[in-house]
Design a protein around this ligand. Structure first.
Ligand SMILES: [Zn+2]
Length: 274
């Protein structure tokens, strides 16, 4: 009798052990799946390789510059500012697929935008608007978030479909390139993508020893200057949530031991030179 009870107990233990192992394996694979989904926010994006994304960005940027749609602003002072600010951020991005190309465009608008494949364009109006290099770093870190999470290419896939994007890669015409460029400028990222880019930016600022509060300072300045409702501004295309974005920037707590390192540059002189 005792033997039977013992055998039953062993069986029960075996069944529960089996269930536990299955549950554990299930969770393991599920969490892997989750990670993949988080990285590729849109499943379709996986069908465009990084190489194709980079090529697409190159085509649009060449078209922009060649057709004088935008003019790149290049002076030794601007170059050194951009090198200092972007260099500090880039160093902290681990295993990036992109070689960033970050340029200033001669345009008075307070704006910045990204093209697929690691290209960020900052308007000279935005540089002039920022009160400090740290605020500029906050905007750039946000744009880098859109790039690393493939939001820009995601947006183009949604708007145009893969067939059209592939046709551009195999010799696209100028009408399509103009449309692509206008879409990059005028189409909003969705709210969850803006949140992802903000969260990416806050962590990146911390890693680069730049105060994450500089993002709040930038948003506050936009509020003060009544630019918070400007639909043109990429950073504010989710404008009703401007205040909640200030709040999450202020609530972000860097790790103990975080030390802010100031940029060694005369920001007033940079602004005057623009
Ligand atoms: Zn954004």
């Amino acid at each position: 009798m005792k033997k039977k009870i013992f055998a039953d107990a062993l069986k029960t233990l075996g069944v529960f052990g089996g269930i536990f192992i299955l549950f554990f394996l299930g969770m393991h694979f599920l969490s892997k799946e989750k990670k993949t989904k988080w990285f590729y926010s849109d499943q379709k994006t996986q069908l465009i390789s990084y190489e194709q994304e980079i090529e697409l960005g190159e085509l649009i940027s060449k078209y922009l510059i060649a057709n004088n749609k935008e003019k790149v602003l290049k002076t030794p002072l601007i170059d050194s500012v951009m090198w200092a600010v972007t260099g500090r951020l880039q160093k902290q991005i681990q295993r990036s697929e992109y070689d960033y190309v970050i340029q200033v465009l001669d345009n008075p608008q307070v704006n910045a935008f990204t093209l697929p494949g690691g290209r960020i364009y900052v308007f000279s109006g935005l540089l002039k608007f920022c009160d400090s290099p740290e605020q500029l770093a906050a905007v750039l870190a946000h744009e880098m978030g859109h790039i690393e999470q493939r939001h820009t290419v995601d947006k183009l896939v949604k708007e145009f479909g893969l067939k059209i994007l592939f046709s551009i890669l195999t010799g696209g015409d100028s009408v399509l390139l103009t449309e692509l460029w206008q879409t990059v400028l005028s189409t909003k990222f969705d709210r969850s993508q803006e949140k992802e880019a903000d969260q990416f930016a806050l962590k990146l600022l911390e890693d680069a020893h730049i105060s994450p509060r500089s993002m709040a300072a930038f948003f506050r300045k936009l509020n003060r200057e009544n630019l918070a409702y400007d639909e043109q501004l990429e950073m504010l295309m989710t404008h009703p949530h401007n205040n909640s974005r200030i709040k999450s920037s202020l609530e972000y707590t860097p790790n103990d031991g975080f030390e802010e390192v100031a940029f060694d540059m005369n920001w007033k002189r940079v602004k005057e030179a623009l």
